[in-house]
Design a protein around this ligand. Structure first.
Ligand code: FAD
Length: 359
């Protein structure tokens, strides 16, 4: 490793900065703690015509074995500022702040809206990118605005919730404007002393109604449930090296769903695996399709396999390479396509040169 001007490091290893623990080095790497440092890093990349990649907690990433040939900007801007605005609680969080710490802060204040999103690894700045969601809540429901810097022009922008165009695991930041902005901060609007969200079946099994539970109790329950599924990357909890759900849950037309439903039923069925959408489509559990296609939890080929606790998480059991993971994921994709005629879309972001997965 060599440190060049403005603290930019050459050939910086990325593996340990990801939860998969896979991947080669960044050609250039900059840790940024404020907007000035971001602007310096952008200027550095512009001078050398380098592509920029923004890294948060590395929990939704598969980095190529060859690494990334451009500049990786690691967002380390942290801090929360909170206040009350009429009947709402407002939290302005810097993008590098730990997401779970933000949800803990809200639970301690008894502010409703983020309790079911507890324990999701990563940073605040990545939350709008794929509109993170879990256990009945999504980031889009509490995001008020997103502040960002354009990586090409270095201009500052502020996006309202509407302008972010949120959808299931989707926003402009991973579609139409993918890779264009570095998010510097997010403002959230929460409900002081609101009733916790208890809509997910795992939470309904624990609490008979939202009135019987506090925000803090629901947060604790979510952490416990996630722990049982091996979906925590917190200090003091056992962890597997994964990037969480590797594939998204597909949404299909009613006709397509009826065809798939028959195959699922003929092959033994799944519990709670489909959710009709307002659009008329039906969202289907990718985990159910993967299981029904013959992959059981714990199924493993060499260093890569399916988590023993959670069918959607692919795990690096040792020294897996990014290629090993891609080959395993392709096999799962192909088997599901053969059985059901649909292609699972990866949820995990991939960076650097990698053999193709169908997107
Ligand atoms: C065990 C486990 C469980 C998980 N459970 C869930 C879950 O329940 N629900 C869920 O939705 N996700 C889940 N995830 C996925 C992951 O935690 C989220 O996607 C998270 O928001 C990623 O945050 P990060 O900071 O680690 O982002 P990274 O992995 O570092 O980056 C992910 C993407 O966001 C971009 N990005 C990151 N920061 C910024 C920024 N400041 N500005 C612009 N772009 C940025 C990156 O460029 C990249 O494209 C899980 C992952 C793991 C490992």
């Amino acid at each position: 490793m060599k440190i060049s001007e403005k603290g930019i490091i050459e050939n910086y290893p990325l593996r340990e900065l990801t939860t998969f623990k896979i991947g080669g080095p960044a050609r250039y790497f900059a840790e940024v703690c404020d907007e000035h440092e971001i602007l310096d890093a952008i200027a550095f990349a512009k001078d050398r015509e380098l592509e920029i990649f923004t890294l948060g907690g590395g929990s939704n990433l598969l980095v190529s074995d060859e690494g990334f040939p451009g500049l990786v900007i690691h967002n380390k801007m942290t801090g929360l500022e909170a206040g009350l605005d009429n009947d709402c609680a407002i939290v302005a969080a810097k993008a590098g702040h730990d997401w779970d710490d933000f949800t803990k802060f809200c639970a301690e204040k008894n502010w409703q809206g983020a309790e079911c999103l507890a324990g999701i690894p990563g940073t605040v700045g990545a939350a709008p990118v794929q509109n993170i969601g879990a256990y009945g809540q999504s980031a889009e429901n509490i995001i008020e605005e997103v502040r960002a810097i354009d990586l090409k022009t270095a201009a500052r922008s502020v996006f309202s919730t509407r302008e972010c165009c949120f959808g299931y695991r989707q926003s402009i930041f991973n579609t139409t404007a993918a890779g264009r902005y570095i998010i510097t901060g997010v403002t959230f609007r929460l409900a002081p002393a609101g009733c916790p969200t208890i809509t997910h079946r795992d939470l309904k099994q624990r609490f008979s109604s939202a009135k019987d539970a506090t925000i803090a109790q629901v947060r604790d329950a979510v952490i416990e449930i996630r722990n049982a599924k091996g979906l925590l990357v917190l200090e003091g909890y056992n962890r597997l090296n994964s990037a969480g759900s590797f594939f998204k849950n597909p949404a299909v037309s009613r006709d397509c769903f009826e065809r798939i439903e028959k195959t699922v039923r003929d092959l033994g069925g799944c519990d709670s695996w489909c959710w009709p959408q307002a659009s008329g489509e039906v969202k289907i559990s990718a985990a159910c399709l993967i299981q029904t296609a013959g992959f059981t939890r714990g199924y493993r080929e060499g260093n890569v396999g399916i988590s023993p606790h959670h069918t959607l998480a692919l795990v690096n059991y040792g020294n897996a390479t990014a290629c090993d993971v891609i080959n395993f994921a392709k096999m799962v994709q192909e088997r599901v396509r053969e059985k059901f005629g649909i292609t699972l879309q990866p949820e995990v972001q991939r960076i650097g040169p990698l053999p193709g997965l169908v997107d």
